[in-house]
Design a binder for this molecule. Structure first.
Ligand code: PEP
Ligand code: MG
Length: 889
C-alpha cells in the first residue's frame, strides 16, 4: 500500500529501486520521470496486484479498477484531456513489465480509449482521419489478439485484402476509407470469433486489457522464457498505463530503439534502429526492416542530438549501457522505456572495461558485474580466418559466434532433431517470441527479416547462440522447407553454417575453431586475479590442453587423468597385454612397453607447466573399460567358428583356430572382470593394491620425466595422486611404494625435487576419516563427481537421464547435484574432511577437481569454506578465475 492507494503508483512517486513492486519497466519510467527526462505521464499497477489476481483464482482484486479509474482521470487532467471524451480523448497504452526483463514474452495494448465515437473526435482534433482510424484498427487488432485470443493471421488476412482493394503496397498508402472499412471488418471478426463484441466503453477496455496483461504472465512462451532464464514463477507482472504519444502521425514522427553502445561489439556509439511514421511495436516486432539510427541524424538532426545527449545522461545515471525505446511526435522526442541493455559477451567485457576507464565503475564493480555465462561464449567457436567458405549471403551480425548444423525451418522440428542429438540451425523468415524453444534447441539462428533488436535476436544474444538476422537476400519458405539465395537452394536437413560475428551465411559444414581471450577479458581477468584467494588449476591430460590451460591462466594441473593416456590407439595393445597377463612377469613385460610412453606424456606436461604443480592421478577406471565389449567378442567368436566349420582343409582352418583361441582368452578375461557395479568395484587404488606393478610403472614414469626436465632446467613440482581411497591403510601401503620409487629414480637429485603424494577424497568414508588419511597425504583433492555419486547413491552415468532431470524439473531438487555442488550433503562432508584433516597437517593443500570446480556457485562455496584451489577444464579457467573473485566481493 501507499498514499496513492493499494495497487497503483504514479510514475512521479516511484524510483529505480522499486523493481520488485513496479517491475523493471515501471521502476525505470519512474526513475526517468524523476530525472526530468521527457517521459509521457502514467502510472504503474503493481506486481502485488497481479499476485492478488492469481491468488484470487484469476479475479481482479477489489478496489483495483476504482483506483485505476481515478489515476486515469488524474493522467487526463495532466494532459488537458478526458478519458473517453468524444471531442479530444486521452489515449493510453497498457503494457506489461516484470521484475526481470522478458523481452516480447508478454502482451501490450496501445491506443486504449478509442471507440466508434472517440475515434471521430480524435480524427477531428488531430485533423487526420487516416491516422485516427489507423490507430483505431490497431487497437482492435491488438485487442482481438491479446484479449480475445484470435490468431494474428486472421487480422493480417483482412489487412492484406484491404491493401489489395486500395492498391496499397505499404500500410502508409492505405487511405482513410481503407482503415475505416478495416476497423469495421475487425470488429465483425471479433464479434464472430471472440464470442462478444469489441468493447466500446473505455473503462471496460482498460479492465480487459489489464487482465489480459496479467494473464500473459502465464502464456506458454513466458513460462518457457522464465524456465530458461531461471526467473521465479510467482513474481507476476506489473502493468504500466501511460499516455500515448504517436510516432505515426506523419514524416516528422517515428519510433525506434537505441542502445547507448553497440550491443554486439561494445563500441561507444549510439546503436539502434528506427522507423519513420510508425508506431510502437513496429520496430521490435521485426515486421518492417527498420533504418539504422545514423539516418535519424540526417533526417532529424535536432532530435538525434537530443537523443544522444539523453542517452549519455541515462548511462551516467545508471552507470551501465541502456536500451532505450523512444518515439518522436512532430519532432518532439519522448522516452518510453530504458533498461539495462542486453549485450553479447564480447560487448559486455568491452563495456565494463570502458566504464572503468571512463571513471564510471570501479574495477571491483566491473568484475562483480560479469555474467559468468558470458565467459563460456567468449571462448565460443569461430570460423578460422583461412577457412575456404561458400558464402551465400550476408545478413546482420546479431549475436556473435559461429555455428554449423542442418537447416530446419520451424521451432518444433529444431527441438525434435536437437533432442535426437543432431545439430540444427533454425532458419525463419522472421523470428517471433513463439520460436523461443527452437532458438533454445538450435546451434544458431538465421532470419531474412527483422533487425538487430528483433525479439529473437535479443533472445539469441541472451542465450549466447550465434544469430544472423535480416538477411534479405535469402528467401525463406517455411512451407516448402527451403532457403533460396542467389542460385543456391538449402533444403531441410542440408548443412548450413552461420557466423553471427560477421553476418555471413555459408553453405555446408564449416570447421570451427575455439574462441580466444580478448584484450578486454584479459584485463578483467587480471583484476579478478588481484581479488581472488582461490587458486585455479586445470584438469588436463595432454600437453596441448595443458598449454591451452596455461594460456587461460591455469596455475597448474589439478588433475591429470592418466587413463586418458592409456586409451590412445597406439597404447591400447600394450594396455590390453598388461590386463590379459596371467603372471606378474608377463604383466611387467607389458608395463615395460608402456613406461616410455607414459614418461613422454608426463615430460610434455611438466614442460608445459614449468614452475607450476602438476597433479598426476594414478590409474582409476575399472580395467574392463580398456577391453572390447563382451557381446562383440561373442559375435566374432561365433563368426570364426563358422568359418572354421566351413574351411576346406586343416591348412585353412589352422590359423583361424589360433585367432579363435585368442578371442576366447579375451572373452574369458572380459567375463572374469565383469562386475555388477563396476563404479563401486575393482577400480582406483584397489587396482593399485591388487596390481602394485601398474602404479609402480606410472610412478617411475613420473619421476624419470621429472628428472629429465629438471636436468633441462625446467622447474618441476610433481604431485602423485591416489584415487578412490576409502581407508588410510590403502594410502599408507601405496604411498610407501611411491616414496620408494621416487627415491630410487631420483637418486642423488631426490632433495631437489619437491614432490608431493596425496589422495582424492571421493569416497564418503575417506571424508569421514580425514584425520587418519591426512597422516599419509600431502594434499586432498575432492573428487566431487564420485563423492556426489556415492553420497547421493546416484549413478553419475545414468541418473540424469533416468530420474535426476525429472527431479530438478519437479523442483524436488534445487539443482542437478552433478552440476552444482550439494552444499547440505556433499558440502558438509568436504567441510568435515577439511576441519579434521587440517589440524593433522597444517600445510595440507586442499581443492576440488570434480566438474564442480568450473561451476560458479560451487566455486563460491569452495571459497567460503577455505579450500585452496579449484581445478576445472581448460575452457572454464577464465570463468573460474572470475567466479573466485566474485566470491570475495
Ligand atoms: C571425481 O570423481 O570427481 C573425479 C574428478 O574423478 P573422475 O571424474 O575421473 O572419476
Ligand atoms: Mg573420481
Amino acid at each position: 500500500g501507499n498514499d496513492n492507494g493499494q495497487w497503483i503508483l504514479p510514475f512521479e512517486s516511484g524510483h529505480a529501486g522499486m523493481k520488485e513492486l513496479l517491475g523493471g519497466k515501471g521502476a525505470n519510467l519512474a526513475e526517468m520521470t524523476k530525472a526530468g527526462l521527457p517521459v509521457p505521464p502514467g502510472f504503474t499497477i503493481t506486481t502485488q496486484a497481479c499476485r492478488a489476481y492469481y491468488e484470487a483464482g484469476g479475479r481482479l482484486p477489489d478496489g483495483l479498477m476504482g483506483e485505476t479509474a481515478k489515476a486515469i482521470e488524474e493522467l487526463a487532467r495532466k494532459q488537458g484531456k478526458t478519458f473517453g471524451d468524444p471531442a479530444a480523448p486521452l489515449l493510453v497504452s497498457v503494457r506489461s513489465g516484470s521484475v526481470h526483463s522478458m523481452p516480447g514474452m508478454m502482451d501490450t495494448i496501445l491506443n486504449v480509449g478509442l471507440n466508434d465515437e472517440t475515434v471521430r473526435g480524435f480524427a477531428e482534433s488531430t485533423g487526420d482521419a487516416r491516422f485516427a482510424y489507423d490507430c483505431y484498427r490497431r487497437l482492435i487488432q491488438m485487442f482481438g489478439n491479446v484479449v480475445f485470443g484470435i490468431e494474428p493471421i486472421r487480422f493480417e488476412r483482412l489487412l492484406h485484402e484491404t491493401k489489395e482493394k486500395h492498391g496499397a503496397a505499404n500500410d502508409r498508402d492505405v487511405p482513410a476509407e481503407g482503415w475505416i472499412e478495416l476497423a469495421a471488418r475487425y470488429k465483425e471478426l471479433i464479434a464472430s470469433k471472440g464470442g462478444k463484441p469489441f468493447p466500446q466503453r473505455p473503462d471496460e477496455q482498460i479492465e480487459l486489457a489489464v487482465e489480459a496483461v496479467f494473464r500473459s504472465w502465464n502464456n506458454p512462451r513466458a513460462i518457457v522464457y522464465r524456465k530458461v532464464n531461471r526467473i521465479p514463477d510467482h513474481q507476476g507482472t506489473a502493468v504500466n498505463v501511460q499516455a500515448m504519444v504517436f510516432g505515426n502521425k506523419g514524416d516528422d514522427c517515428g519510433t525506434g530503439v537505441v542502445f547507448t553502445r553497440n550491443p554486439s561489439t561494445g563500441e561507444k556509439k549510439l546503436f539502434g534502429e528506427y522507423l519513420t511514421n510508425a508506431q510502437g511495436e513496429d520496430v521490435v516486432a521485426g515486421v518492417r526492416t527498420p533504418l539504422p539510427i545514423a539516418e535519424l541524424e540526417r533526417d532529424m538532426p535536432d532530435v538525434y542530438d537530443e537523443l544522444r545527449r539523453t542517452a549519455e545522461k541515462l548511462e551516467r545515471h545508471y552507470r551501465d549501457m541502456q536500451d532505450i525505446e523512444f518515439t518522436v511526435e512532430h519532432g518532439r522526442l519522448y522516452l518510453l522505456q530504458t533498461r539495462t541493455g542486453k549485450r553479447s559477451a564480447q560487448a559486455a567485457m568491452k563495456i565494463s572495461v570502458d566504464l572503468v576507464d571512463e571513471g564510471l565503475l570501479t574495477r571491483e564493480e566491473a568484475v562483480a558485474r560479469i555474467e559468468t555465462g558470458h565467459l563460456d561464449q567468449l571462448l565460443h567457436p569461430a570460423i578460422p580466418a583461412d577457412a575456404k567458405l561458400d558464402v551465400l549471403a550476408t545478413g546482420l551480425p546479431a549475436s556473435p559466434g559461429a555455428a554449423t548444423g542442418e537447416a530446419v525451418f520451424d521451432a518444433d522440428t529444431a527441438e525434435e532433431r536437437a533432442r535426437a542429438g543432431r545439430r540444427v540451425i533454425l532458419v525463419r523468415a522472421e523470428t517471433t517470441p513463439e520460436d523461443i524453444h527452437g532458438v533454445l534447441a538450435a546451434e544458431g539462428v538465421l532470419t531474412s527479416r527483422g533487425g538487430m533488436t528483433s525479439h529473437a535476436a535479443v533472445v539469441a544474444r541472451g542465450m549466447g547462440k550465434p544469430c544472423v538476422c535480416g538477411c534479405e537476400e535469402a528467401r525463406i519458405d517455411a512451407e516448402a522447407r527451403e532457403l533460396r539465395v542467389g542460385g543456391a537452394v538449402i533444403r531441410e536437413g542440408d548443412a548450413v553454417s552461420i557466423d553471427g560475428s560477421t553476418g555471413r551465411v555459408i553453405r555446408g559444414e564449416v570447421p570451427l575453431r575455439a574462441g580466444e581471450l580478448s584484450p578486454e577479458l584479459a584485463r578483467l581477468l587480471g583484476w579478478a586475479d588481484g581479488i581472488r584467494e582461490l587458486r585455479v588449476a586445470a584438469n588436463a591430460d595432454n600437453p596441448a590442453d595443458a598449454a591451452k590451460a596455461r594460456e587461460f591462466g591455469a596455475e597448474g594441473i589439478g588433475l591429470c587423468r592418466t587413463e586418458h593416456m592409456f586409451l590412445a590407439p597406439d597404447r591400447l595393445p600394450a594396455v590390453r597385454e598388461m590386463i590379459l597377463a596371467e603372471t606378474r612377469e608377463e604383466r611387467e613385460r607389458a608395463l615395460a612397453k608402456l613406461l616410455p610412453m607414459q614418461q613422454g606424456d608426463f615430460d610434455g606436461m611438466f614442460r608445459a607447466m614449468d614452475g607450476l604443480p602438476v597433479t598426476i592421478r594414478l590409474l582409476d577406471p575399472p580395467l574392463h573399460e580398456f577391453l572390447p565389449n563382451a557381446d562383440e567378442l561373442r559375435q566374432r567368436a561365433a563368426e570364426l567358428s563358422d568359418a572354421i566349420a566351413r574351411s576346406a582343409d586343416e591348412a585353412q582352418a589352422e590359423p583361424l583356430r589360433g585367432d579363435l583361441a585368442e578371442l576366447e582368452t579375451m572373452l574369458r578375461k572380459v567375463r572374469s572382470l565383469h562386475e555388477a557395479n563396476p563404479m563401486l568395484g575393482q577400480r582406483g587404488c584397489r587396482l593399485g593394491v591388487l596390481f602394485p606393478e601398474i602404479y609402480d610403472m606410472q610412478t617411475e614414469a613420473v619421476f624419470r620425466a621429472a628428472l629429465d626436465c629438471m636436468r633441462d632446467g625446467v622447474v618441476v613440482l610433481p604431485e602423485v595422486m591416489v584415487p578412490l581411497v576409502g581407508h588410510v591403510n590403502e594410502l599408507r601401503f601405496l604411498r610407501e611404494r611411491i616414496d620408494r620409487t621416487a627415491e630410487r629414480v631420483l637418486g642423488a637429485d631426490a632433495a631437489k625435487c619437491r614432490y608431493k603424494v596425496g589422495t582424492m577424497i571421493e569416497v564418503p568414508r575417506a571424508a569421514l576419516t580425514a584425520a587418519q588419511i591426512a597422516e599419509c597425504a600431502d594434499f586432498f583433492s575432492f573428487g566431487t563427481n564420485d563423492l556426489t555419486q556415492m553420497t547421493y547413491g546416484c549413478s553419475r552415468d545414468d541418473a540424469e537421464g533416468k530420474f535426476l532431470t525429472h527431479y530438478v524439473d519437479q523442483k524436488l531438487l534445487p539443482a542437478n547435484p552433478f552440476q552444482t555442488l550439494d552444499r547440505d550433503g556433499v558440502g558438509r562432508l568436504i567441510e568435515w574432511a577439511l576441519r579434521d584433516g587440517k589440524p593433522v597437517r597444517p600445510d595440507l593443500k586442499a581443492g576440488v577437481c570434480g566438474e564442480h570446480g568450473g561451476d560458479p556457485q560451487s566455486i563460491a562455496f569452495c571459497h567460503a569454506i577455505g579450500l585452496d584451489y579449484v581445478s576445472c577444464s581448460p575452457y572454464r579457467i577464465p570463468l573460474a578465475r572470475i567466479a573466485a573473485a566474485q566470491a570475495r566481493l
